[in-house]
Design a protein around this ligand. Sequence first.
Ligand SMILES: [Fe+2]
Ligand SMILES: [Fe+2]
Length: 398
Amino acid sequence: MNKKRRRLSVLFTFIIFTTLGIFLFIQINKSRDLSNINQLKKNFELVLDLTSDMLSSGYFQWDDVYEAVKNSDKVFLDDTFLEIIFLNEYITSIKIIDEKPENLSKWFTKKTINNKIVVNFNVYDSRQNNVLRDHYVQVTFNKIKIMRNIQSKNIYLLEDTGNYDFLYENRLRSQNPPILIFQLISSIGIGLLCALILNRVYYTHSHFFYETRGLQKIIFLFEQTERFSANHSKNVAAISYILGEKYGLKRRTLKDLKVAALLHDIGKISVPREILNKVDPLTEKEFDIIKEHATFADRILEDFEELSHLRTFIKHHHEKMDGTGYPSGLKGNEIPLQSRIIAVADIFEALTGERPYRKPLEPLAALSFMKRMSLDQDILILLEKNIHLICNKIHIAD
Ligand SMILES: [Fe+2]
Ligand SMILES: [Fe+2]
């Protein structure tokens, strides 16, 4: 991926995730407001109903008030009404009305007018045998005062719907600015974080990709100069991948195994060409030089941070199960599984390929030869089971 496209996708990620963050906070705010409003409505109705119940049963079902209203005893009524207003901060006025309020229920009926709530009461005697038919009591409540007393933080106003029944809508009047700023910054933060993660993934991926590709190119060019081992690393990688897959390795481990197999002989660039291409048997000294390719590979990969986790697999691809291999003489399970797989793939590919000093072996002959070698027998079984597939993959007749 080129730089321009990478920057664009990082920017795009930033915008998308910031927008998503803002959208998420809007939804959270909305649902929080809705639940606040619903709770507020319930509290409001509770206060109003309790107060109205108290007035109805305490004052307007009382013989003294019944008689006073019936006889228009202004002095008594003024005293009583003043007492009620004094005792209840939500009530702003009380008066007697002659006209029957609309839809008056048995005890009282509520109605909203702008910021006031009007509650009309029937007036009964104490035993509720008699009710006045031409006089009613009208009590006005201050809606805002009730709201201010029941709400916890934000200021809410009741909207007047103009309905006679006690129907109203609440509206969130003010959002808390510091919270909004915090949410906005958080959204930008989320967007930024996602963009940085994506950028890091691109960076790591492209590093891994280009470093691997670069080294593979070196191996490929190097192998082309050798008469007999062109495509050796490619084939070893293909065989290792099949063996690893059949062994049950997961995707990521398989990918690493394949790259390690591709790079397993990178250290051979340190071995003089005349030794690598020698037709006659190698001297002990020459063989020692060849052996150095395993540790030399480790030294090359030291400088490639993104490939550092593959170094041990490559370094030990010539170890033997009985500890007679090189460079460290590791035994059995001390040898990393990936190295054991690469070892099997490496030897199979070498035996079935042409070499300066011998003709290629038939796959089954190579296999039976390998069974006598100190290799991981479990992996050899996998090789045997999948020999047809493997031979197809590396284009040799089985
Ligand atoms: Fe090797
Ligand atoms: Fe090899």
